[in-house]
Design a protein around this ligand. Structure first.
Ligand code: DQA
Length: 151
């Protein structure tokens, strides 16, 4: 059996983590979040790729590319596109990949416009408000999920 593969997608402005509103998003940089995930994936013997973009089109194209390459699970923080992007939701539905939605902040404790997500109802689950640790926990779940899956 070939190694299971996990794709981590980061939406707009997450490249600014570390300097961007640390009281909301913490001090950990995206590079550090990705490095931790890559290290944890190595330990768990799964393949991992990470991708950040500020462009909705690039994120849609990357999700579409899952149709032609092996990706068993997605961890996604759609950032501001959480609350706006029917296009990213449709792409995830089209490629039928199981995914977890992650948010560093607790979106439900913030402005009303952040309470609605175009992703949550089609996600396996959501982690919101646990900071950078949310990604580690999502990966832990994803590893168990892909190892149990018969696909
Ligand atoms: C976010 C929450 C979103 O509402 C916001 O637009 C972001 C980051 C989070 O990780 O808490 O950019 O997804």
């Amino acid at each position: 059996m070939s190694a299971k593969s996990i794709l981590v997608l980061h939406g707009p402005n997450l490249n600014l983590l570390g300097m961007r509103e640390p009281e909301l998003y913490g001090n950990t940089t995206l590079t550090s979040i990705n490095q931790n995930l890559i290290e944890a994936a190595k330990q768990a013997d799964v393949t991992i790729e990470t991708f950040q973009s500020n462009s909705e089109a690039d994120l849609v194209s990357t999700i579409q590319s899952i149709a032609t390459k092996k990706v068993d699970f997605v961890i996604i923080n759609p950032a501001a596109f959480t609350h706006t992007s029917v296009a990213m939701r449709d792409a995830l539905s089209a490629v039928k990949v199981p995914f977890i939605e992650v948010h560093l902040s607790n979106v439900f404790a913030r402005e009303a416009f952040r309470h609605h997500s175009y992703f949550t109802d089609i996600a396996v689950g959501i982690i919101s408000g646990l900071g950078a640790q949310g990604y580690t926990l999502a990966l832990e779940f994803a590893v168990k999920y892909v190892k149990q899956s018969t696909k």
